[in-house]
Structures are given as C-alpha cells and as structure tokens.
Write a protein that binds this ligand. Structure first.
Ligand code: EPU
Length: 345
C-alpha cells in the first residue's frame, strides 16, 4: 500500500467504541520513512498530531483537527540469552497475537495479559495490566520518535515512570513521542502468577484442568475464559473494556471507606496505596446492566461501558458523567476515565 494522507476521514472503524468522528487529515504508516513524511506534512501545515493504534482505549469526540496517524509498523524479533528471551516488537503488532505467539514458543511472562485488545505501541502508555501482572513487569525499553524533531530516542524502563494504568506518556510526555517498538524480557522457565482472587478461584473450580502443576498455558486458557464471560467482544457490542480506573486511596481513606463498606473488594498496590474495585462501586449505585438510550453499563462487568449502536460521543460522555456523579455522591470517591479522550464536539 502506498502512503497517502486523506482529508476528512471518518474514524468509526478506527475506534472500538464505534463513535462517529472525523479526522481533518488521516494517514496510516507502515514504516518510519512514512512516519517522517507524515510529521513533515503536519509541521508544514502547523497541524496537531494525534496517534491512533487499534483505537481500543480511546473516546473520540466528533472532530479531530490536525493529522491523525494510524501506526501500523509490523515485526517481531527475538534473541535468546541463557534462560531469557528478549523480544523487540513493532508498535503496530496486535497485543493479543503477541501473547499467543510467545505461548506457542513456550516463552513465558505474558500469559496473564492474554486477550487484552489493542496494539503493542499502546501497551506502555497505560501500562496494561490484568490478573496480577502489568506490562512493566516484563518491560525493558522502547524506541520512540520525538514528534517535534523526528529524532528516535530509546527510553529505558525507569524513564517511562510506570504506575497503575499510568506512565510518563499520559503525563509529562503526553503527545510528545510516537512509540515505534518495545523491548520485553520473557523467560524459558515458567513462573506462574495466579494469586489474583478471580483467577485462583477459577483455577480451583476448573474440573478440566489436567493434574500436575499449573502451567502458563493453563493460566492463559483460564483467563481467556474469564475474559470471554466478562468482556463483550467490541465487534459485537462496541466498548473499550474498563471505562474507569479503579480509584487509588491512601491507607487513611481506605480504612474510613472500609468501615462503612466492609465487603468492598480492595487490593493493596504497595504498603501505602490501595485500589478499590470501581466495578463494585458502580454496581452498588445500580448501574450494572443499566441502559439509557444508546449506552449503558454491562450486566457482566459494571466497569464496561457499552455503545449499543449509534451513540454519539456527547451522549456517551454525559452518561459516564452521571455514573461518576452517582459514585461520588454515594461513596465520596471520584472516578477517572481509563480511556483517553480526543477531539472536540
Ligand atoms: N466487581 C463487582 N461488580 C462488577 C465488577 C467487578 O463487584 O460488576 C468486583 C469483583 O467481584 C471483584 C472486583 O470487583 O471482586 C474486581 O473485579 P475484576 O477482577 O473483574 O477486575 P476489575 O478491577 O474490575 C481490572 C482491570 C481490568 C483487568 C482486571 C483483571 C482496571 C480499570 N481494570 O478490572 O482491565 O482485566 O482487573 O485484572 O484496572 C481494562 O483495563 O480495560 C481491563 C479490562
């Protein structure tokens, strides 16, 4: 495919919430030469640049002014050093396929992150995580192009400032870099993590599980089953997975919260901070399975906001605001959106 820049492009197929949104300019890039050309074009017209991967963690408002670049760089390289496998993976690879590829090769460390939708390049931005493991646990470094200069920089783990659903790319370095490739370290030896409550319960109940040790393949299959039950396929009902982050409280606030809500699921992050399950808060406010017009919260997992079809970004964001308001008034806890919001109405 030759590189071309389109004008007034409909992005409905570029976001898994299926929102109608128009990019002033849009292009797909498959190599760094195309990317440099796209950035030169943006600079020449003084356009803002928005980077889009698989669109599985974004809310797009009606208009995205400037140039929207869809990163479609492909390629996976690996090297084996003793017990470690170092993988260099291009940003446009599909995350879930990467996990399957690693498992097929018996390279371990990604099994808990199976079936997470989205592209590899988006993974470090929110430090994707599930069932007790985060990308930061296997991450070594990434290569990124500086949007302002076109220079390629290598950023090691420490400089990415990873946190719970957080990194420097959501804060100080927001809209500064385009991630081209990530480097991760996997292992030839299994070290399965299955302490996460829903996962360990599911493993206990699994009667088809072969006897013997729990392998990464068993963990991946069990998580895939949980995810299939809880997270609707966006190609059937449009969604972005969790719509809110789990709020993080300090130990004083969490003690006060637990005094009033002793049954609430709370997970320790480090000695000083705790995550409260936002799905539980939303469910207690009566939103689980609640639908209003074209949008609603899933009946399987109250943290998942659904677009039943034809919702506008305004309707969707108004609905999410009413969920936030209700949680705030009932629990005094402020929810934050998990996906990034781009554009204007
Ligand atoms: N819960 C409810 N009601 C609900 C949903 C959850 O009471 O409707 C309770 C559950 O019973 C459980 C607790 O909340 O005790 C946690 O639920 P779950 O294990 O389903 O995880 P979560 O905290 O709701 C997070 C991530 C998911 C990730 C899972 C598993 C965030 C924002 N979400 O959800 O990530 O898959 O843990 O690790 O951290 C995503 O980011 O898009 C995503 C799907």
């Amino acid at each position: 495919m030759t590189f071309k820049i389109l004008n007034n492009c409909n992005l409905i197929r570029n976001n898994t919430l299926a929102l109608q949104s128009t990019a002033e300019y849009f292009c797909e890039v498959i190599n760094t030469a195309d990317l440099r050309e796209a950035l030169t074009f943006a600079r020449s017209k003084n356009l803002a640049v928005t980077v889009l991967g698989a669109g599985s963690n974004v809310v797009l408002k009606n208009n995205l002014y400037g140039l929207v670049i869809n990163i479609n760089l492909k390629g996976i390289r690996h090297s084996i050093d003793g017990n470690n496998v170092v993988l260099s993976v291009a940003a446009g690879e599909n995350w879930s396929k990467l996990v399957e590829y690693a498992l097929r090769n018996n390279w371990y460390g990604l099994e808990n992150l199976v079936q997470i939708p989205g592209s590899v390049g988006a993974a470090p931005i929110q430090n994707i995580g599930a069932y007790g493991v985060e990308l930061s646990d296997v991450f070594i470094s990434l290569d990124a192009m500086d949007i302002r200069t076109g220079e390629i920089n290598s950023l090691p783990h420490k400089l990415c400032e990873f946190g719970y659903r957080d990194s420097i790319f959501k804060r100080k370095r927001k809209n500064r870099y385009i991630i081209l490739e990530i480097k991760i370290k996997l292992s030839l030896t299994a070290d399965v993590q299955y302490d996460y409550p829903l996962l360990s319960e599911a493993l206990k109940k699994d009667t088809q599980k072969p006897t013997g040790p729990i392998t990464p393949h068993i963990v991946a299959r069990t998580i895939s089953d949980i995810r299939r039950r809880k997270y609707p396929d966006p190609s059937i009902i449009a969604n972005v997975g969790s719509f809110f982050k789990n709020p993080v409280l300090n130990s004083d606030s969490v003690s006060r919260f637990l005094e009033c809500n002793p049954l609430a699921p709370v997970f320790e992050i480090n000695g000083a901070e705790y995550k409260v399950a936002a799905g539980w808060l939303i469910e207690r406010c009566g939103f689980k399975g609640f639908r209003s017009g074209n949008v609603g919260m899933s009946s399987e997992q109250a943290l998942v906001l659904l677009n039943y079809g034809n919702a506008s970004s305004r309707e969707l964001l108004q609905f999410s605001e009413s969920v936030k308001q209700q949680v705030l008034s009932v629990f005094g806890i402020s929810l934050e959106l998990e996906p990034s919001v781009y554009g204007s109405f």
